[in-house]
Design a protein around this ligand. Structure first.
Ligand SMILES: Cc1cc2nc3c(=O)[nH]c(=O)nc-3n(C[C@H](O)[C@H](O)[C@H](O)COP(=O)(O)O)c2cc1C
Length: 390
């Protein structure tokens, strides 16, 4: 009998066994020294919770809203590029699992399954994440496609005008399309289950780009296009332009500073995501949970504040909510599940996190996630003072 899944780490172990090393490494890395990648998880461990007793816990609720949409718990699936390489049809399976669980799914610009393919396989609207590319025709076109597919929000990612370097991706020959090293080809050949499923799907390259960007008709022309497409000139004026092109709900992702949070307010963001891209961009940035309190103090109550980077448990979700986030996202935690067990694995990841969130909230003496606040935290003052007095 299979060992039961009781925590996200169980899914990670299965994931590591099942998926080719180059895609495991792609997920499980941060940029340069990986300091920020490590801090994202270890800083959650510095926060302690206040145990309360003799509170009636019979009727509990983790339900809430993110940007006005009902959610079973305030935990969305973050946009993750190449999810369809972690498991055949990965974006479709993750979107279906999210839909059934009642949480939002966000599709990356750099997904394998296209906007249209995900829309055709789901019944509820999903969110679309946009990277700003230099090719404005592509940009206009992809925004229109997201609108046509019924996407109810656009997450505009602001922290990737230039790519952070992840050593393993270069060493593994991870590119678009992949150019695996001999060692990786040998490794690929041992991942039989993964490979057989990949052979059965037609979704094996960047579905939002191939056939939609000028000069990119097949995978061979994709590599040079993506390498030079992220727009280094992205500034707040362009953010406004894109906001107007889209016209719908806008979530700005990658905000780590109170000044940027205020700027996001000025452009009318419906929500911001306090995020350092899971430690994949600026190595040396503080963890997002450490950045959160000051941002809440600056713009809390004026826009929704979401958080990602480092969440591996329901306790982490609860800590973020207690510090003032109104929503959270999981990236790697759902990818582990997907790589390990496909759609069921994503459901398992959500189930684990939901149970942990619900039980932990109850043991802190709260019945409803909407009532959770800093009162349930026992945290050293130093946690909030990363800037010092200089
Ligand atoms: C493998 C991988 C690919 C990612 N691709 C994207 C992407 O295409 N667009 C984006 O905005 N963020 C991307 N991210 C960042 C996630 O949206 C999210 O910010 C991050 O995963 C949160 O940290 P966590 O993995 O510790 O939960 C990616 C993250 C990972 C791990």
């Amino acid at each position: 009998m299979a060992t039961p899944i009781t925590e996200i780490a169980d899914l990670k172990r299965l994931y590591k066994r099942r998926v080719p090393k180059m895609f495991y490494d792609y997920c499980e890395s941060g940029s340069w020294t990986e300091q920020t990648f490590r801090d994202n998880t270890s800083d959650f461990d510095l926060i302690r919770l206040r145990q309360r007793v003799a509170v009636d816990m019979a009727n509990r609720s983790t339900a809430g809203q993110m940007i006005g949409e009902d959610v079973a718990m305030p935990v969305a699936l973050a946009p993750v590029g190449m999810t369809g390489m972690q498991h055949a049809d990965g974006e479709i399976l993750a979107a279906q699992a999210a839909e059934e669980f009642g949480v939002p799914f966000c599709l990356s610009t750099m997904s394998i399954c296209s906007i249209e393919a995900v829309a055709a396989a789901t019944t509820k609207p999903f969110w679309f994440q946009l990277y700003v590319m230099k090719d404005y025709d592509f940009l206009e076109n992809v925004i229109e496609r997201a609108r046509k597919a019924g996407c109810t929000a656009m997450i505009l990612t602001l922290d990737l005008q230039i790519l952070g370097q992840r050593h393993k991706d270069i060493k593994n020959g991870l590119s678009a399309p992949p150019k695996p090293t001999l060692k990786n080809i040998v490794n690929l050949s041992t991942k039989v289950g993964w490979g057989l499923e990949m052979l059965q799907t037609k979704h094996r390259s960047f579905g939002n780009i191939i056939g939609h960007a000028k000069g990119v008709g097949d995978v061979s022309s994709l590599s040079s296009w993506t390498a030079e497409q992220f727009d280094p000139r992205l500034d707040w004026a362009k953010v406004k332009k894109i906001r107007d092109m889209w016209g719908g709900k806008l979530i700005l992702k990658g905000i780590m500073d109170p000044d940027d949070a205020r700027a996001a307010l000025d452009v009318g963001a419906d929500a911001i995501i306090v995020s350092n891209h899971g430690g994949r961009q600026l190595d040396g940035a503080i963890s997002s949970i450490r950045a959160l309190p000051e941002i809440v103090n600056a713009v809390g109550g004026q826009t929704e504040i979401h958080l990602d980077s480092g969440i591996r448990s329901g306790q982490d979700v609860l800590k973020a909510l207690a510090m003032g986030a109104t929503g959270t996202y999981i990236g790697r935690a759902f990818v582990y599940g997907l790589g390990a067990k496909g759609k069921q694995g994503v459901t398992d990841a959500l189930t684990v996190i939901h149970k942990e969130l619900d039980t932990t909230m109850a043991l802190c003496g709260r019945n409803d996630v909407k009532d959770v606040n800093r009162d349930i935290l026992l945290t050293d003052d130093a946690f909030y003072r990363y800037r010092g007095n200089w």
